[in-house]
Each structure stands twice: as C-alpha cells, then as structure tokens.
Ligand binder design. Structure first.
Ligand SMILES: [Fe+2]
Length: 379
C-alpha cells in the first residue's frame, strides 16, 4: 500500500521504503530505517561521530512525502517533525549494497624470489616528518607487503618511532618487543643458531599480529641468510596448480599452540587466508607452532597431502628472497602474508642482535586512509 501522498511520479513508495531513480535511470530501493538513520543531521561534523540514536524513535520511520529537488532527496516523516535532506551522491554510493569504498583496499601485487633489488626502501630520516614518503611507504606495504627502512638509529626508541608512523606497538604474549639472539637456555628456536623454517609469527594467538618489524642492530655472524617469501604469490600459483588442495587449505581450520611453564596459547587458523573479494590475503603457517591436528582422521587423508604439497611448494627458490639484513636496517612486513625464515648460522663467529615488534594491519590501513583522504567528512 502506498502511504505517501502526494508522491512525485519518479519515486515509488512501498510499506518499507522508497524506490528512487538513480543516474543509470534504474530506480534503486532504500529502506526507511536506513534513510532516517543516515540523515546528514545524524552526524556531528566536529566529533565526526553518529549522534542520532535510532533506538530512540517512538515509531518506525515511514516517509510522509519524498521529492528529488536538485541533487537531494528530501523526505518528510510521518511520526516526526523532521525533514531529511540526503545527497543523491550518497544514495548512489549505497544503492547496490556494495561495501563502502576504501582507499586502503588496494589490489596486492605478488612478488617472487628475485624481488630483493626492487623492495621498497626508505631511510628512517626520509620517513620521519614527511607525509608524502609515509603515504608511499604504507601504499607499498598494502600492495607488496614488505619494505626495508635503512639508516635506523642504533637505539630502542627508533623502532618505536617507526612503528608509531603507522600505528601503535601491538603486544603479544611475549611482550611489547622481542630480542632475537643466542640464548643459553633457549625456549624458542629463534634464539638458537639453528635454521628457522619459513613461517608467519605467533599463529597461536587468536589474532596474530599483522605487521612485523625486525630491526637488525648488530650482524657480524657468518651464515644466517634471511629468507622472505610472498605467500600471495605462492598461494595464487598453488590455486591454479592444485585447486582442490587450495580449497582445503583456505576452508579448513587447524590448531596452533605455544606453551611453556606459565602460558598455553591456542588457536585455530586457516593456512590460506582469503579477503572479502575472494583473493588471497595471506598465509598462516608455522611448523614449530602447529599443534597435533585434531580433525577427523579420515579428513586427513586429503588434508595432509594438500598441506605438505603447499609447504614444499612455498619453499621453492621461485618464491624466496635470500639476503642478509644489515645492521641498521629494519625490515617491515605483513605477518599474515609474508613468510620468513633464516638459514643456520654460527653463533660463535660474531654478534647478531635483532630486535622486533609488531603493529596491526587495521592500524596501518587507518593511517593510510588518514594520509590520503578525509573519510566521510571530506570537504
Ligand atoms: Fe619469526
């Protein structure tokens, strides 16, 4: 029943909303609750927060009259002395139920084992106080997932200062920062001189940290080449070569753990992570934190061969950069995308000290958006 009178011919009302003509000429449907809730008066332009609370409405919102005037849809409401002026551009943006446009939602570019000369690099000084360089850095992190910051000051504060250019330090159950060097009583393979297999960090946490920072403070040891590979490149190729294996790894949760005397961290993760476009966003893989897989044994007949095929696939020289991170360099990488490892080294041949920490991907995206746009309140 049409409860709105009079109504211009081009707008059609239903019990629940309006059909409003779009630029394409095809009318699009908008729900009355949505139209009322997103009246521009619902937002405080100073705090930028929503100040209207739809829970406070006495009656369900229904339009008494609706007109397109100029570039606005103007709505009078049945139960409220309130007039809504909605820009048609806003309606166009929400007409198809698509996610809000996001400047940080950039297509990833896969890279391969020969990428090292082309890795995005900035000096520490070039980033500090230079918004254009910060924007370029974060864009590279979003697209390629890796960068190297050179000429880092040889102190603890420099690492924190670098993190703060994109977000805040994200603690893990190891604390705010971690130090990687030879320990006399190792509790983690990273503290020994043994090789470290390709992995992403801390998958035993419910939400593994998103961005990893490794600041090489000293490195005069023999051996110990750093290994870095793009999980997106490997997983995309694997998807084409072994589609059924890929599906299993993208859909099946397997357990990870990390325990010692006073902690027992556990989680379930998918080895291949897809984003909301269905594209590969990254990987979660760590043989030293993989728990005993507790799937029904019959499912393992397919899962284990797929898992092993991918683990070996990923180790190919095609995907892995091998280089020595120099003292004064900090490698920054997406911990949900980039696998990293280390060849064995001799702990008696020199000094090796790596200090690391994390930030979250959401913080980085937020910083990038703030650098490139003014969000919803763009003038
Ligand atoms: Fe690691």
């Amino acid at each position: 029943m049409n409860r709105i009178t009079p109504m211009p011919a081009e707008i059609t009302a239903t019990e629940t909303g309006l059909y409003v003509p779009m630029k394409s000429g095809v009318p699009a449907y908008f729900n009355f609750y949505w139209l009322r809730d997103n009246c521009p008066t619902s937002f405080n332009t100073t705090t930028r927060e929503r100040t209207f609370d739809i829970f406070e409405l006495d009656a369900e919102p229904v339009a008494k009259r609706a007109d397109v005037v100029g570039d606005e849809l103007i709505i009078e409401w049945v139960s409220e002395d309130h007039v809504t002026h909605l820009p048609l551009a806003t309606l166009e943006a929400y007409a198809n139920g698509a996610r809000r446009s996001d400047p940080a939602d950039l297509a990833r570019v896969a890279w391969y084992g020969d990428h090292y000369p082309d890795v995005t690099r900035f000096t520490f000084d070039a980033l500090v106080d230079d918004k254009a360089n910060q924007e370029a850095w974060l864009r590279a992190m979003l697209i390629e997932g890796i960068s190297v910051i050179q000429e880092m000051p040889d102190n603890d504060q420099a690492l924190t200062d670098l993190v703060n250019l994109m977000g805040v330090v994200r603690p893990t159950f190891f604390g705010n920062y971690f130090d990687v060097r030879t320990h006399i009583n190792p509790t983690n393979t990273a503290f020994t001189a043994a090789a470290l297999e390709l992995h992403t960090d801390v998958p035993a946490e419910e939400f593994a940290p998103g961005i990893q920072f490794l600041h090489m403070r000293q490195n005069s040891v023999k051996g110990g080449l750093n290994l870095f590979g793009d999980g997106v490149a490997a997983a995309n190729d694997f998807r084409a070569a072994h589609p059924e294996d890929f599906r299993l790894l993208a859909e099946t949760e397997i357990p990870f753990y990390c325990e010692h005397d006073d902690y027992d961290m556990r989680s379930y993760q998918r080895v291949i992570e897809l984003d909301h476009h269905g594209e590969v966003a990254g990987l979660t893989i760590s043989q030293h934190m993989l728990d005993m897989i507790d799937l029904p044994q019959a499912e393992l007949d397919a899962y284990y061969p797929a898992f092993c095929r991918f683990g070996r696939f990923l180790q190919s020289d095609k995907y892995i950069m091998k280089f020595t991170l120099q003292a004064g360099e900090c490698i920054v990488f997406d911990n949900h995308r980039i696998v990293h490892g280390r060849a064995a080294y001799s702990a008696t041949s020199g000094e090796r000290y790596l200090r690391g920490t994390y930030a979250d991907r959401a913080e980085m995206r937020s910083s990038y958006r703030a650098l490139v746009s003014e969000g919803r309140f763009k003038s």
